[in-house]
Write a protein that binds this ligand. Structure first.
Ligand SMILES: [Zn+2]
Length: 455
């Protein structure tokens, strides 16, 4: 290992430890997160290389930070590397180590950094910053502009982060191409490692179903119109509802790219998929189901006033995730279908309606990632992936940017471990993966933005 590589490894590890220890926990309330602490760390880190940084404060404590290396050619495409600085809450009792300790532990001869955010996504936020600093130190003069954004409030609604910035500071962060979380876990196949690139994500339709009944004395429940009993039946119907199976192009390309025919065939057959999922290990079954169906998850129920009163109003909240190309009317129809003959007793209020977003695959960014990863991971190739959750990429796709989720991990990170660590217990990442991601960002910036001196 060269001196440069080992100093990169040291820097990215150190920066990640700082970000983990800052514990910018976003619990969804406006005063949580306090990402200004990590904006301080990133500002100091990036500023020391002579890079100009800008701070944007959407609300007290909710700071995001931007650093730019201006391109020499205003017509050349620009690239934004975007990492969020907030993390989701933890239950420390279920962790083997302190979730905010940022400990580096030797696991079988390899160094591993532990802590909330180690894979979602402080690892990338840190490695992107180190890459940008390395590029600045090397005198990188790209044709297109390179932008780094350490953004707040991704783990809630982006009200104090990406959405705020796009509405108020657009010129500071808008770019032709955007890379953020997540992807790049090596999936071993007979044709070499496959690296998933998230090119799209499902949409969300969060709604509240208000169930009405008639109040009465609970000592005489016979033939009463009890809203709680009706609501229980609605919850059961929604949970049991079986939406049509839809095989989307991205799912088909992902599955045929990573699985042999005997597995990819049933996973891309709308008739066979449901039963096949029943027999798969639960992790992959949930993923396969979510990538091919509109999903309905009842998550909150509230109602009743007193033990001796028959309740006349109960509200149920349902988290519905939609597939690419689906609109509100279609989703609403499915929900009404699920509720069936109980529809006259309810009112449906929708609180959020964000359609699914995706970027095309025949882009310069895809080609660039493909060239670079081919060099960094021998024999590898990219496969497109549809994410079932939401990321900040959706805001940029809606404004016309090509936005992908990517990163790069060593062979020690399995897809199964990676997916269970998102918002899960014992989140951790090996140092080799951090160094690989840093190398990736540097190489992609040079390839995509075309270094105007060296190329
Ligand atoms: Zn994330």
């Amino acid at each position: 290992m060269t001196a440069v590589e080992s100093s990169t490894e040291h820097e990215v590890t150190d920066l990640l430890q700082h970000l983990i220890r800052n514990a910018c926990v976003n619990d969804g309330t406006p005063d949580s997160g306090f990402e200004s602490r990590s904006a301080d760390v990133l500002e100091q880190y990036l500023g020391s290389s002579g890079l100009d940084t800008q701070r944007f404060r959407a609300r007290e404590g909710r700071d995001s930070i931007v650093a730019r290396i201006e391109g020499t050619d205003p017509t050349a495409p620009s690239l934004l590397l975007m990492g969020h600085t907030d993390v989701v809450p933890v239950n420390a009792d279920n962790w083997t180590r302190d979730p905010f300790g940022g400990e580096v532990v030797d696991v079988g001869g390899h160094k591993v950094v532990w802590g909330r955010g180690a894979v979602d996504m402080l690892n990338l936020t840190a490695s992107m910053a180190v890459a940008v600093k390395n590029l600045a130190r090397s005198g990188f003069r790209p044709k297109g502009t390179l932008i780094y954004l350490g953004v707040a409030d991704e783990e809630n609604m982006a009200t104090y982060g990406a959405e705020h910035l796009l509405n108020n500071e657009r010129s500071a962060i808008m770019a032709d191409a955007v890379i953020t979380e997540s992807g790049g876990v090596q999936i071993p196949t007979a044709d070499g490692p496959k690296l998933p690139v998230t090119i799209g994500e499902k949409g969300s339709y969060w709604c509240q179903v208000i169930v009405r009944g008639t109040p009465g004395h609970a000592s005489q429940p016979f033939r009463t119109d009890n809203a709680l009993v009706t609501a229980a039946e609605i919850v059961r119907r929604v949970a049991d509802y079986r939406p049509p199976t839809m095989i989307h192009e991205t799912w088909r390309d992902f599955v045929t790219g990573i699985f042999p025919k005997e597995i990819s065939d049933p996973l891309t057959d709308a008739e066979a998929l449901w039963d096949f999922c029943g027999a798969l290990p639960v992790g992959i079954a949930r993923q396969a189901h979510a990538c091919t169906h509109t999903t309905f998850a009842p998550t909150i129920i509230r109602g009743g006033t007193k033990t001796n009163v028959i309740p006349d109003e109960v509200s149920i909240e349902i988290d519905i995730r939609t597939l690419p190309g689906q609109n509100t009317a279609e989703v609403r129809k499915m929900l009404e279908h699920a509720i069936g003959d109980l529809m006259p007793m309810v009112e449906i209020l929708s609180s959020d309606d964000g359609e699914s977003t995706s970027s095309p695959r025949d882009t310069q960014l895809w080609e660039s990632l493909s060239r670079v990863t081919g060099r960094l991971v021998g024999g590898s190739s990219l496969v497109p992936f549809l994410m079932v959750g939401a990321t900040d990429a959706r805001f940029f796709r809606r404004q016309g940017s090509t936005a992908y989720g990517f990163g790069l991990f060593s062979q020690r990170m399995s897809l199964e471990d990676y997916s269970t660590m998102f918002h899960g217990n014992d989140e951790r990442v090996d140092v080799e993966s951090l160094a690989l991601s840093t190398e990736l960002w540097e190489a992609v910036a040079r390839d995509y933005l075309a270094d105007s001196i060296s190329r």
